[in-house]
Every structure is written in C-alpha cells, then in structure tokens.
Design a protein around this ligand. Structure first.
Ligand code: SF4
Length: 216
C-alpha cells in the first residue's frame, strides 16, 4: 500500500470511531513533546488517549529525561486547557538491551535498516503493552516526522498486527491535515525543546559531526 492508502485507512477508522457512543482507549507510542503536539490535538476528541514513552533508543539519559519532561509539561497543559485526562506511561529505560541490537547496524545512515529495527522494536513493545492492558487501539506519533517515511512505519505495523489480534493498529500520516505545520506552531507557542538529532548514539554523533562539535 502507498502513503495515501494508509492515510485513508486511518481516516476511515477515525470516522467509524466518531460514531461510537464512548471513546475507545488508544495507546500512542510517544517520543517527544513536538511530535506529540498535533496527534494529541487531532485524536483526543475521538479516543481516550494513553501515551507510552518507550524510547530506549535515546542517548544520553539526560536527553531521554529532557524529552520526557517536555512531553509531560505539554500533556499537563493540554489536560487543563481541554478538560480531558491523558495518562502518560514511562516504562523502565532499557538502553543497554536496545543498543546492543542497534549496534549491529551502527554504520547505517539514518532511515536505513537500523532505523527500521528501532521503529519496529518500539512499536512491538507498544503493541504488547496495549494487548496486555486491554486497549482497543495502538498507534505511533512517528509518522509526523519529516525524517521518517510513513509507509515504512505503517508497513511495520501491518506486519506486527497479526501477533496482537486484540488491538487494532490505527494507520496514520500525521504530516497530513497540516499536521507538521501545526506541530511547529504548537512547539513555538509552548516554547518547547526541539531536539537536533533523532535519538540514538549514532544520530547524536552524526549531529556533532555536522555541527563540528568535538569531544572534551
Ligand atoms: S536514527 Fe533515530 S530511528 Fe534511527 S536508530 Fe537512531 S534513534 Fe532510531
């Protein structure tokens, strides 16, 4: 399926959900404040949202905490402003285990196989959590990122879906509906921290090389 096809599948599902008497529970894999800002605004009228911050890829730990705190700050603002309740779950940070897997593809450029493994591991973990905890739906905010191909992410979800028959994956392309512009706008309004690299140690080193930053 192409990008438009997946996007339309997601929109058709949202249209079905709009007709339901109660909002179904959706677990959303969430990586940072800016990437979540539009998806939260877009989906919260239709779903009872729970955010799942499973991002063992983020290096160093201080950066992981910073992204989490920024997301938490936005969620607290959004809850108050819109009189809704959004749970934010932070599983244990298991960077060692995660990075052992990524290290096998450390020389890949961003967007190649290492990234596919990274998306897939985090999405599988979110699917499992959703399945174990009775969620009707699962999705990820990652399709909003300019650096990430929504087709790759949606295809991973399609491949994982049969392992979790109790949870329905909500296909998405959060760049659509002016999602990317809105996310930039919300980030500015809320003075959010916008990171300059994707997350793992390899993207951190790439960023340092690009900027000419030397180790002390
Ligand atoms: S560049 Fe980003 S998506 Fe790719 S492996 Fe690193 S953290 Fe994961």
């Amino acid at each position: 399926m192409d990008a438009k096809g997946y996007y339309l599948m997601g929109e058709a599902e949202i249209e079905k959900v709009r007709q339901l008497p109660e909002k179904p529970r959706l677990l959303m894999h969430s990586c940072c404040g800016p990437c979540n800002s539009f998806p939260i605004e877009y989906l919260s009228p239709y779903f009872q949202l729970t955010l799942y911050f499973n991002n063992h890829n983020i290096y160093p730990y201080q950066e992981y905490l910073r992204r989490f705190e920024e997301l938490k700050r936005y969620v607290e603002y959004f809850e108050k402003e819109n009189d809704v309740s959004i749970e934010l779950i932070q599983p244990v940070y298991e960077d060692e285990m995660f990075n052992k897997v990524l290290a096998s593809r450390k020389d890949d450029r961003e967007g190649q196989q290492r990234c596919r493994m990274c998306y897939s591991m985090r999405m599988q973990e979110a699917f499992k959590y959703a399945s174990d905890h009775g969620f009707g739906y699962m999705t990820t905010v990652m399709t909003i990122s300019r650096q990430k191909d929504s087709v790759v992410i949606n295809k991973i979800a399609e491949r994982l879906q049969p392992q979790f028959p109790l949870v329905q994956y909500l296909y998405s392309n959060f760049k659509k509906n002016k999602g990317m512009d809105r996310s930039v706008q919300l980030s500015k309004i809320h003075n959010m921290y916008r990171q300059t690299y994707c997350g793992c140690i390899y993207s951190f080193e790439d960023m340092k090389n690009r900027k000419g930053i030397k180790d002390e």
